[in-house]
Design a protein around this ligand. Structure first.
Ligand code: C2G
Length: 133
């Protein structure tokens, strides 16, 4: 059983996220999604999420490609996650290209997939703000 993992905030879940999750699942048989906690988002990514971690977790869990959702609480958990969850392939959108190549040292394949253009959680917020003006 080939095990794939990916990380993200997944706020305001949209078709760009779904495109990523579908392609990640196509790389294996079991997909683990590590969703950033509220504290991690605020302290480390300076992102204020619209949905809480629990709400974002429930949305991602509802996606047919996803087999398990766990919390991301630190930038440093990736190395141990690869071993704890017996990961074969690590996947991220190519806005992160090169940033996680070090995980190859842990014996995993590192794959960067093209992002879906034009859509992002921040773009959605911006567009909604404009409409309310
Ligand atoms: N994504 C995508 N296309 C978009 C938007 C996002 O392919 N239009 C991908 C991103 O490249 C990422 C995943 O969807 O692989 C989740 O995106 P975010 O929720 O923005 O996650 P991010 O803030 O990049 O957090 O430790 C890694 C971080 O947790 C990644």
């Amino acid at each position: 059983m080939k095990r794939v993992i990916t990380y993200g905030t997944f706020d305001l879940l949209h078709y760009g996220h779904i495109n990523l999750l579908r392609r990640a699942k196509q790389l294996g048989d079991y997909l683990i999604v590590v969703v950033s906690s509220d504290e991690f988002n605020w302290n480390e990514k300076h992102k204020k999420c619209y949905f809480t971690y629990e709400q974002r977790k429930a949305l991602v869990e509802a996606v047919r490609y996803v087999d398990l959702v766990i919390p991301e609480t630190s930038w440093d958990q990736k190395r141990s996650d690869m071993h704890e969850y017996h990961i074969d392939t690590f996947v991220m959108g190519d806005d992160w290209i090169g940033k996680f190549d070090f995980l190859e040292d842990e014996g995993v394949e590192v794959v960067y997939l093209p992002r879906t253009p034009e859509i992002s959680s921040s773009q959605i917020k911006e567009d909604l703000n404009m409409q309310n003006k």
